[in-house]
Design a protein around this ligand. Sequence first.
Ligand code: PLP
Length: 359
Amino acid sequence: MINVTKTFLPPLEEYQKYLQQIWESNQIANGGKLWFELKEKLEKYLGSPNLILTANGTLPLQIALKVLAGNGEVITTPFSYVATTAAIVWENCTPVFVDIHPEFLTIDETKIEAAITEKTTAILATHVFGNPCNVEETDRIAKKHGLKVIYDAAHCFGVKYKDQSIFNYGDVSTCSFHATKIFHTGEGGAMFCKDPQLYEELFYRHNFGHKNATEFSGLGINAKMNELQAAMGLAVLPYVDSDITQRKVIYDFYKEAFIDTQLNMIKLRDGVKWNYSYFPVIFSHENELLKVQKALNKKEIFPRRYFYPSLNSLEYVQKKICLNSEDISSRILCLPLYGSLNIHQLEIITRSIEEILKQ
Ligand SMILES: *Cc1c(COP(=O)(O)O)cnc(C)c1O
């Protein structure tokens, strides 16, 4: 069976080595040795200081919204994973959808200003499949209107834009270290923030508001990453570079195979050093996608309709038409992409797709 992603598991002995340390320290939560080591190593690897490790990639979205968005309107993209919209609604903010660019697949920054009202407090946009939003223009608009910018950078581990970590953009960026993502801690995540004062506030919020054992600095919740998660992260991290290199080989294979077909691929923004996190293909019609999906499923290959459906169609949001997002969602399919896919498997996938396209 081939799924769209496959969790990378490090050699068991290497994970056990870290577990050994936990058994020795007898500390399994609350900022232990491994938690600290992972934070330091990630900050260095990513080139992004001020990282807060979290229990998953959804909590940092919630915390950032809680701190930065009040209960206001949040301008957001309909083309993302459901967590982006759900976090907004969960935090008692109102999502205001702005359609996406049909090729970059990120929020169409030229349509943001028209969606701003006096209730708007923040912009929450997703760097889709690791492809950055137009961060300069989004930043300019936000500054002009006094809005905060949060990036859902769940797909962006290792992505650089203009020679620096994509996590360094916006007021806060968040990442997911879920088992299906490039770098993972089983479940886990992080938030990144340049401003030291805001960093401190986010840090308090993710740990019940604790300033120390007896003093509190405002309201908080528990979003802490534990030592078992950190151990997994430390065991996985040394393999991330080679995983990305292998992903690139697979990406190039797919690209080459589809070069003479009418399939469309994502357009990467200039200046991005990408992480090959996903291989989405865009079909001419939903029917074609469904045929391909069926043919692959028969061979025990499970690509994923991602992102689908367009989030403006969720039952708990105010309906608003977003033509590009609805159209792309109906035609986009993420093909299997992970380091250990072999050529034989790739040939089965690409041939099955070519056959359907020729019909
Ligand atoms: C994975 C993902 C999330 C959620 O992260 P979790 O770690 O699963 O909570 C949020 N946004 C996007 C775009 C994602 O892909």
